[in-house]
Design a protein around this ligand. Structure first.
Ligand code: SF4
Ligand code: SF4
Length: 134
């Protein structure tokens, strides 16, 4: 796989233009159909400084797409109308997707960025009992 340029290899203050042919109409296309410029926040690595990452547990996920709607970086992946995981080349580790996940336990949880995803899935917490009002 081609090595992506890292964010600290760009000159400070430089502007990255995402599309080769301008923005007109590009947003109506699927990501794979757009013509991105060589140096853009899509084609280069803009997330390797992340400290924590979200891990997706498809066994619990109800495919409500809350995380997809709220992710500020379009880093939630979908496939065939289902959640398909996280795009770690673009995910910044902000944790918003975990906050908005409604399942019990959550279907997305934050782990250290170096943690193996399969190991994280084995450590997944159990369902929590409902809190009762005092
Ligand atoms: S941690 Fe933030 S950037 Fe990464 S997938 Fe979740 S909401 Fe998106
Ligand atoms: S918010 Fe949680 S349950 Fe809903 S699609 Fe995302 S991971 Fe699945």
């Amino acid at each position: 796989m081609e090595k992506l340029k890292d964010w600290d290899q760009f000159e400070i203050g430089s502007v990255l233009f995402p599309f080769k042919k301008g923005v007109d109409g590009a947003m109506e296309l699927y990501k794979c159909e757009r013509t991105y410029s060589g140096d853009s926040s899509f084609t280069d690595s803009v997330a390797h400084w992340r400290v924590e990452k979200p891990v997706h547990n498809s066994e619990i996920c109800i495919n409500c797409f809350n995380c997809w709607v709220f992710c500020p970086d379009a880093a939630i992946l979908t496939s065939n109308d289902k959640l398909a995981g996280v795009d770690y080349v673009h995910c910044k580790g902000c944790g918003v997707c975990v906050d908005v996940c409604p399942t019990n336990p959550k279907s997305l949880l934050m782990f250290n960025d170096h943690k193996d995803n399969d190991e994280a899935l084995r450590e997944w917490p159990q369902k929590q009992p409902k809190k009762t009002e005092a």
